[in-house]
Design a protein around this ligand. Structure first.
Ligand code: ADP
Ligand code: MG
Length: 396
């Protein structure tokens, strides 16, 4: 263990009186924008009568957090809730707003009970420091395996991810930050778990806390974008600014997020899941590499073409104009993009070529699935429930 991490873990154990009687911190396993995550062992595990089974189904126990709000104590650390032997201890940074922390814990609590969504075992607080305890999930870094996935592997990955999304969306919750580091997947057993509800929100509650969140995530102009490309923003824009939740990760944001639509739905998660699929099929990570929302729009426009982007902009009361020559009227098919990205075309030019290979049957099916994730109009985009019924996820 790195000495600085060891010191950090000692400080942590010193802050929470009694913590080390129940948990032993093993190592740091994650550090994000909003938290540090440690792997820990539950020292009382062997004393539990009702151990959680391997699927982390909830034992019929009155001490489980879903049936007992009193398990969330403040400074008095009694940690009554049971979990598996190894847990992930998520220390949420004190710079996060109390509303944001409360939101994450409440949503995790409501969603507990699905095998593909991380359950909340317990949470506690000392002064302004809040900690969530989750079951530890063994997983592998996405970049280490995504290029090796076969189509049957990809099918398993997305069955698991869309099962999680369907559960989350059925609760009217938008995750808002679907990306590989928030879906812990073990490709060896085909099991994945959705984590990180730090940016999640209930559908229709957009503006409730996004003002503080926007400052936490990124400070920037929130006027509706009208010009994409080198022409840049208008210098003296007298229009009133438009506020919309833009939380999420660059490259994974749906077009309606980029266009600052104020009525965002669970469909933004479907788009982000599509970006993961495109990454896997094209064997390129990150696939989109924009530095800001205008760049991101240019990237999307390059694929879908001006015509569709203009229609999409109109849906959100925006206008899309560009002088960039690489953005064509019609764009390119996803099949073509995957063939180029994986060097399976002779030319790499946009001209129709007789040498162009076709994708094999199963990959073509994955592309048809991807098209439904990348429907620019969120109302027409496939839902998680529909995805689970799609041929791609149901072929043996
Ligand atoms: P952040 O808001 O900081 O991104 P996350 O909840 O995404 O926090 O956790 C950060 C990282 O910690 C994850 O990408 C993952 O590597 C690791 N992690 C989080 N929860 C777990 C868990 N339950 N089991 C194993 N690793 C986890
Ligand atoms: Mg995360």
């Amino acid at each position: 263990i790195d000495p600085s991490v060891a010191e950090e873990m000692e400080n942590f154990e010193a802050t929470f009186r009694g913590f080390s009687k129940r948990f032993r911190l093993i190592n740091k396993i994650g550090e994000g924008t909003f938290s540090s995550v440690y792997k820990a062992e539950d020292l009382l595990y062997d004393h539990y009568e009702n151990k959680w089974d391997i699927d982390y189904k909830q034992p019929a126990s009155p001490t489980h957090p879903s049936s007992s709000a009193s398990s969330h104590r403040h400074d008095d650390i009694s940690y009554p809730a049971r979990g598996p032997k190894f847990v992930a201890v998520k220390k949420i940074y004190v710079t996060s707003s109390p509303a944001r922390i409360q939101n994450e814990l409440a949503l995790l609590h409501d969603l507990t009970g699905h095998p593909s969504v991380v359950p909340l075992i317990t949470a506690f607080r000392h002064a302004d420091q809040v900690v969530a305890v989750l079951p530890y999930f063994k997983h592998v870094d996405f970049r280490g395996y995504f290029r090796a996935l076969t189509i049957p592997d990809v099918r398993l990955y997305f069955r698991s991810l869309f099962a999680a999304l369907s559960h989350v969306h059925a609760h009217g919750i938008i995750h808002r930050d679907i990306k590989p580091t928030n879906f812990l997947y073990d490709y060896r057993c085909g099991r994945g778990v959705l984590v990180d509800f730090g940016l999640a929100e209930r559908e229709g509650t957009d503006s409730q806390w996004c003002a503080c969140q926007n400052t936490a995530v990124e400070k920037r102009d929130t006027r509706p974008p009208t010009m994409a490309g080198s022409v840049g923003y208008l210098k003296h824009d007298s229009r009133s600014s438009r506020r919309a939740n833009r939380a999420g990760t660059r490259g994974f944001r749906a077009p309606e997020v980029l266009f600052k639509c104020t009525h965002q739905t669970t469909k933004i998660d479907i788009w982000s899941a599509g970006v993961i699929l495109l990454t896997i099929l094209s064997r390129r990570f990150p696939f989109f590499n924009s530095s800001d929302d205008v760049d991101a729009m240019i990237e999307i426009a390059t694929i879908f073409g001006k015509q569709k982007m203009k229609q999409c902009a109109a849906l959100h009361g925006c206008v899309f104009e560009t002088t960039i020559s690489t953005i064509g009227e019609r764009g390119f098919t996803l099949e073509k993009i995957v063939l180029w990205a994986t060097n399976r075309t002779a030319t790499g030019s946009s001209k129709e070529s007789k040498d162009d290979q076709k994708l094999p049957h199963d990959e073509a099916m994955a592309i048809r699935f991807l098209q439904k994730c990348f429907e620019l109009d969120p109302a027409k985009r496939m839902s998680a429930e529909e995805a689970l019924g799609h041929e791609f996820l149901n072929t043996q």
